[in-house]
Design a protein around this ligand. Structure first.
Ligand code: PGA
Length: 253
């Protein structure tokens, strides 16, 4: 019922030329793997239109890494969600830990971006996750619950996805164990069920992110509540990303 989803988050890597080259190398794998999973790539904003063009007709969706908190307006440096949507972008990452902890984005700002994304017709992937000191202090569930408040209604829940990315696992090589990921994913699902409805809990796709790679995709995806992976470093090489997806879909419960 929940189609596996693999999202490449390229952060500020890859020029427009490198983006197009990746697309050319990935097309054949995309055709094969899209029968088994949904696939999306989030390049840096300046490369979005190169990627939209390069992947036209291929079963790979394009994602933005952030979007503005209103349709249009006086927000220097932001990207209009309406314009992203009209250029062919489908998904948008919101609340990524680098946005929260490098750029100081607050839960309130992320919630307003989330609303604007949905209003514009984008599907937000709300990124949430605890820092190491929060985990050590036993506050993981509290942090998750707080960050999930960006989803205010059942309608918004039905139109969004969640990515659990423990901050201590992002770009560090230290992946959450499958059991740690499953524990938090199950908690998120229970929370969505109780806040909205059991159907919303059961239907929402919850991705794991944080040092996901070809070598651990299978054990992560074998967890009943892990519906996909949000992949940074390991998505930069087309063959490596394809291998990760292949390993992940094989073990989907
Ligand atoms: P990583 O990044 O896979 O390089 O840890 C994941 C992310 O930040 O989304």
């Amino acid at each position: 019922m929940r189609t596996p989803l693999f999202v490449a988050n390229w952060k500020m890597h890859k020029s427009c030329e490198e983006t197009t080259a990746f697309a050319l190398n990935f097309e054949r794998d995309a055709l094969e793997l899209s029968a088994l999973a949904d696939i999306a790539i989030a390049p840096q904003t300046l490369a979005l239109s190169s990627l939209v063009q390069a992947l036209r007709g291929f079963p790979v969706s394009i994602a933005a890494q952030n979007c503005g908190q209103t349709e249009f307006g006086a927000f220097t440096g932001e990207s209009s969600p309406v314009s992203l949507c009209s250029m062919g972008v489908k998904w948008v990452l919101l609340g990524h830990s680098e946005r929260r902890w490098v750029y100081g984005e607050t839960d309130a700002l992320i919630a307003s971006r989330f609303k604007a994304a949905i209003a514009a017709g984008l599907t937000p992937i709300l990124c949430i996750g605890e820092k190491l000191e929060e985990r050590q202090a036993g506050k993981t569930f509290e942090v998750i619950e707080q960050q999930l408040r960006a989803i205010e209604s059942a309608e918004a829940c039905a139109r969004s996805l969640i990515a659990y990315e423990p901050v201590w696992a992002i770009g560090t090589g230290e992946t959450a164990s499958p059991a740690q990921a499953q524990e938090v994913h199950a908690f998120i699902r229970r929370l969505l069920s109780s806040r909205f409805s059991p159907h919303h809990g059961a239907a929402t796709r919850i991705l794991y992110g944080g040092s996901a790679k070809a070598a651990n995709a299978s054990e992560l995806m074998a967890q009943p509540d892990v519906d996909g992976l949000l992949v940074g470093g390991a998505s930069l090489d087309p063959n490596g990303f394809a291998e990760l997806i292949r390993n992940g879909v094989r073990s989907t419960p």
